[in-house]
Each structure stands twice: as C-alpha cells, then as structure tokens.
Design a protein around this ligand. Structure first.
Ligand SMILES: N[C@@H](CCC(=O)N[C@@H](CSCO)C(=O)NCC(=O)O)C(=O)O
Ligand SMILES: [Zn+2]
Ligand SMILES: [Zn+2]
Length: 194
C-alpha cells in the first residue's frame, strides 16, 4: 500500500501557471492565524525528506520552495512567530501555537542568502510552481520514518509522480552551493578545464 508522500503530490503534480503573481500563506491556527504575503511565484519547489523542514502530519516529505526575501512580508499576527533554531543556516520562523513554519530565512554567508524557504500548501491560491524533484530522500531512513528496505519503493513512488530522487538537493542547486564555496575559497578557475 503506497504511503502518503505529501497531500500536494500524492494525486500527481498540478502544474503551476506562468503568469501567477503570488498569494498569502496562513498557519493552521483557527483564530488569529499568522499570515505571510508572497509577491510572486516560488522557485525550485521540491519535496524534502530532511529532518528540519516542516511537513503535515502523516506525510513522509515536506514540500518547500524559495522566493526572494524582498517578496515576503508578514501581514498578520507576526507576534506569534518564533525562530526554531537560530544556529541553523535556515532560520525557520514558526507559529508558536500550531507549529507550522511560515518562512525560513538565511542570515549567514550562504549561496542562498536572499531567498526565503516557504511551503505553498499554506496558501489557498492555485498556480504555484509544482515540485521539481525530491531532495534528501535517504533522510527519511535516518529519522526512522521508513525501513531501509522500503526506501526503493518510496523512490519508485516519487518517480511515478515524475519526481527524481536525490539524497542532497538537485544537481543545479548543489552546483550553485559548490560554486559559492569555490569562489569564497578562491579556487574557482576562470576557465573550465574540460
Ligand atoms: N540529513 C540532514 C540533511 C538536512 C539538510 O541538509 N537540509 C538542507 C535542505 S532543507 C530544504 O531543502 C539544508 O540546507 N538544511 C539547512 C537547514 O536546515 O538549516 C537532515 O535530514 O537533517
Ligand atoms: Zn498558528
Ligand atoms: Zn528540508
């Protein structure tokens, strides 16, 4: 019996729309929900199996994307937001009542500084970019969510939906991280050796 990967992808991917202009994320509180407005569509949306990204109850994966931080604004009940782990590269701002993560921000020197991490399922609007790949799939074993022998079935399920599985981020994003590191250390060659 297939497990729930995430409600947004279990029934197949719903393609985003190219002229979508954004929407509002709301936490799960019945009263006084935290609201965050996104002034544009997201980028690099993906399923993430890591231990730190927020996922709905019963899901093996989170669905998480990035958006420039200047397109993110807290529009209601921001007083309920709390940073979960200030020492993590991604500072996840969560609702202190319901636990939902509204946005993750990078303040340290990092390849993705300037981008906020968000979960589009928290919005009622339709048109957000659909997930492009699955990241940190093996982390679901590390967290005891899936037995090692069942991981190949999860990867098959992801493939059936059209998502490639990785145990890090996707190659273009890992290349961006590596490029940033190589520039910082001065090791980046002017010209490729290939
Ligand atoms: N095995 C670890 C890996 C976690 C990890 O490196 N996660 C990435 C991606 S999260 C969104 O895609 C990351 O950048 N984490 C930094 C952070 O969380 O602050 C695990 O599962 O915990
Ligand atoms: Zn809440
Ligand atoms: Zn993650």
């Amino acid at each position: 019996m297939p497990v729930s990967l995430h409600p947004l992808i279990d029934g197949g991917l719903q393609k985003g729309s190219s002229n979508f202009s954004g929407g509002t994320l709301k936490c799960h509180c019945k009263s006084n929900p935290v609201e965050v407005k996104l002034d544009g569509n997201v980028l690099h949306n993906h399923a993430c199996g890591c231990s730190k990204c927020w996922r709905p109850e019963g899901s093996l994966f989170s669905v998480i994307a990035v958006i420039p931080r200047d397109q993110v604004s807290v529009t209601a009940n921001g007083n309920k937001l709390k940073v979960i782990d200030a020492s993590a590269p991604i500072q996840r701002n969560a609702c202190s009542e319901c636990g939902v993560h509204l946005f993750g921000r990078i303040e340290q020197d990092h390849a993705f500084k300037g981008l906020d991490f968000v979960h589009v399922e928290l919005s009622e609007q339709k048109g957000w970019q659909e997930p492009q790949f699955a990241a940190f799939v093996s982390s679901i074993i590390e967290q005891g969510l899936v037995a090692p022998d069942d991981a190949p079935k999860v990867r098959e399920q992801l493939k059936g939906i059209g998502l490639e599985s990785y145990d890090a981020l996707s190659p273009p994003l890992m290349d961006a991280i590596a490029t940033f590191a190589a520039k910082k250390s001065g090791k980046l060659q002017e010209k490729s050796k290939l």
